[in-house]
Design a protein around this ligand. Structure first.
Ligand code: M6R
Length: 605
């Protein structure tokens, strides 16, 4: 939700800011803008839509690449106020001294706005962010210096924020502040960078410092000072960014989503690399809580979106492999429910970004209730990774496509490893088969053109139902989510057994079913459910195991996948679903990497 970038140093700021915005664009693309110090004061430019429009606006206005070494920029996912130029960031105060780029939501902005209006401030936008510029101005009007005014203002805010701020009267300092929304400072030689996430920094530096909540940074070219606005101790660590530039680029692929689907085999390998040993699974990140884990009686999994569906697969994995009862919750629901917790409960938080506000809120609730908290997170150093007691990183590399694909594979791989790690009696053959999975995903991807043809056939339909049972029930939910988020077609996922309890009413020749029918213990039940659909003229595209001769008599189309153990099936069955969604979305002409209304990292509630 919104990307912010800042630069101070010896280079021209504007090209760095624009390049950073492009890398962060997946966080929001309703509008973009920047503010840079130039010889003539602070220059601001904004444009509605994607960063390309901002670039075009720069060219169209014969705007010079200014001689500027300090600036901030923002790409917006609209929360308060429609996506127009006025509501674009950076926002400023009455005297145009304070310039603010913001990611998050200021929850008490209405009362602050009212207070400031009473004190004579004039607002131009409908955003929550603008109050921050005026609030800082108000303290300056009362005689405080900029830094103190900023600190006082921050202490009055409720909600979530990551700020990049510049002062028109000081071109040697960039300010940053964070509460709930992510912010990372990249460290260079006599230069510093500021970004919502490391993907915008890796072109410039491998060394970074993540700000913690309630921390504020004063950044000059040669120095950074970080302080806690509540006067609590700060915890500043320099981390090495793992990602490389190539991982964050599209290469020869048309879209990041396509590239990330094709990274599936490598993603699974990276998730188990160094973790499979003769004696079983080793998870270094869990060693410090190993003894506690040995006494665990119950597990709660919390996550959102695709990570939630991975969590649902985790429920089956933990219960069947480790024999531990599990409940998986939407993080947004878990956060506000009131349930009794028993000693011996561990809570697992799954998040690709490690910054999802709902998941973070659920994590904080679990901590308040004394639960052991574990993370399955992709972005190293992200807030959820830092705030959990222990955890396992995905090591999947950057996921740029807004529709999550490789993260799902990685999360399930890690969940399978954790289930085996916790199991008192190991599941025969599971780890050996896990080693075979990358090759089997590769074999599916080698036949992507078959899915492309199926996409051409099915894209004329407006409604879809995705069905599966057991491990493939969450996979069906994920398949439906993929299709709806990038093709804007209506798709629902169901447990196949539930069909007859209502959804079958929708079935007819215009309502296709995408059925996950691998050769497992519920295969015959799936056949029966599909016969019921066939009897009602519903077209069926089945994802089935190689060698299944019976399915072709029921389904209109079949895509065959290699056989595997049932607990690992989602790692194979989801791949054709990801491809199907990708090809349908792309063939319908949509920007599959940046679907409308969505943002990659959802840092607001
Ligand atoms: O970064 P997270 O894994 O916490 O993100 C959770 C969801 O917002 C995310 O999976 C979202 O549902 C994706 N758009 C799904 O493709």
């Amino acid at each position: 939700m919104c990307g912010i970038i800042g630069y101070i140093g010896k280079q021209q700021a504007l090209p760095i800011l624009i390049d950073g915005l492009k890398k962060l664009e997946y966080r929001g693309y309703d509008s973009a803008g920047f503010a840079v110090h130039s010889g003539e004061g602070v220059v601001v430019k904004k444009a509605v839509g994607q960063v390309a429009n901002l670039e075009k606006a720069i060219l169209d206005s014969s705007f010079q690449i200014l001689d500027s070494n300090i600036g901030i920029a923002h790409t917006r996912w609209a929360t308060h106020g429609v996506p127009n130029e006025v509501n674009s960031h950076p926002h400023t105060d009455c005297k145009q001294r304070v310039f603010v780029a913001h990611n998050g939501i200021i929850e008490n902005y209405k009362e602050l706005k009212h207070y400031l209006q009473e004190r004579g401030h004039t607002f131009t936008s409908a955003t929550d962010t603008e109050v921050v510029a005026h609030l800082i101005e108000d303290f300056i009007n009362q005689g405080d210096d900029f830094e103190k005014a900023l600190k006082l203002a921050l202490n009055m805010l409720r909600g979530a924020y990551a700020f990049a701020i510049i002062d028109a009267e000081n071109s040697a300092v960039l300010y940053a502040a964070k509460c709930q929304s992510p912010l990372v400072i990249g460290l260079g030689q006599q230069e510093h960078f500021l970004a919502s996430d490391p993907s915008a920094l890796i072109t410039h530096t491998k060394n970074a410092v993540y700000l913690n909540d309630f921390e504020m940074a004063k950044i000059s070219a040669g120095e950074i000072t970080i302080e806690n606005i509540r006067r609590e101790p700060t915890d500043t660590k320099v981390v090495t960014l793992e990602w490389n530039l190539e991982q964050a680029q599209k290469g020869n692929y048309q879209h990041f989503m396509q590239k990330e689907i094709f990274e599936g085999p490598e993603t699974v390998k990276l998730a188990f690399a160094g973790r499979l040993h003769e004696a079983g699974v080793k998870l270094g990140g869990l060693e410090q809580v190993k003894e506690k884990l040995e006494t665990i009686k119950r597990v709660i999994i919390c996550a959102c979106g695709t990570s939630y569906y991975a969590g649902l697969v985790g429920e089956y994995l933990f219960e069947e492999i480790a024999g531990i009862p599990v409940e998986t919750h939407f993080a947004s629901e878990f956060r506000y429910r009131q349930e009794p917790f028993e000693p011996g409960t561990a809570a697992i938080f799954i998040s690709q970004s490690g910054e999802t506000a709902d998941t973070l809120g659920a994590l904080r609730k679990a901590k308040e209730n004394g639960l052991l908290t574990l993370g399955i997170v992709n972005v190293v150093g992200s807030t959820i990774a830092r705030e959990t007691d222990a955890g396992v990183y995905n090591h999947a590399g950057p996921e740029i496509g807004v529709a999550s694909t490789k993260a799902f594979l990685s999360q399930i791989t890690v969940l399978a490893l954790m289930a085996e790690y916790l199991a008192k009696v190991k599941r025969p053959g599971l780890l050996e088969e896990l080693r075979n999975i990358p090759g089997k995903i590769g074999a599916i991807l080698a036949r992507a053109s078959e899915i492309e043809k199926l996409a051409e056939k099915y894209l004329y339909h407006k409604n879809f139902i995705f069905l599966g049972r057991r491990y493939n029930y969450p996979t069906a939910l994920e398949g439906a989510l993929k299709l709806k988020e990038i093709s804007y077609l209506h798709a629902e996922g169901y447990g196949a057994g539930e069909l007859k309890h209502g959804p079958i009413a929708m079935i007819g020749k215009e309502f296709p079913t995408i059925a996950l029918v691998p050769g497992n213990g519920v295969l015959e039940k799936m056949y029966s459910n599909l016969e019921e659909i066939k009897a009602r003229s519903g077209p069926i595209l089945a994802i089935a195991t190689e060698g299944d001769q019976h399915i072709s008599a029921i389904a209109s189309d079949v895509f065959y996948i290699p056989a595997t153990l049932e607990p690992l099936e989602p790692l194979l069955t989801v791949v054709p679903l990801q491809l199907l969604a990708y090809y349908i979305g792309a063939k319908l002409g949509y920007n599959v990497d940046k679907p409308r209304n969505l943002a990659k990292s959802v840092t607001v509630e």
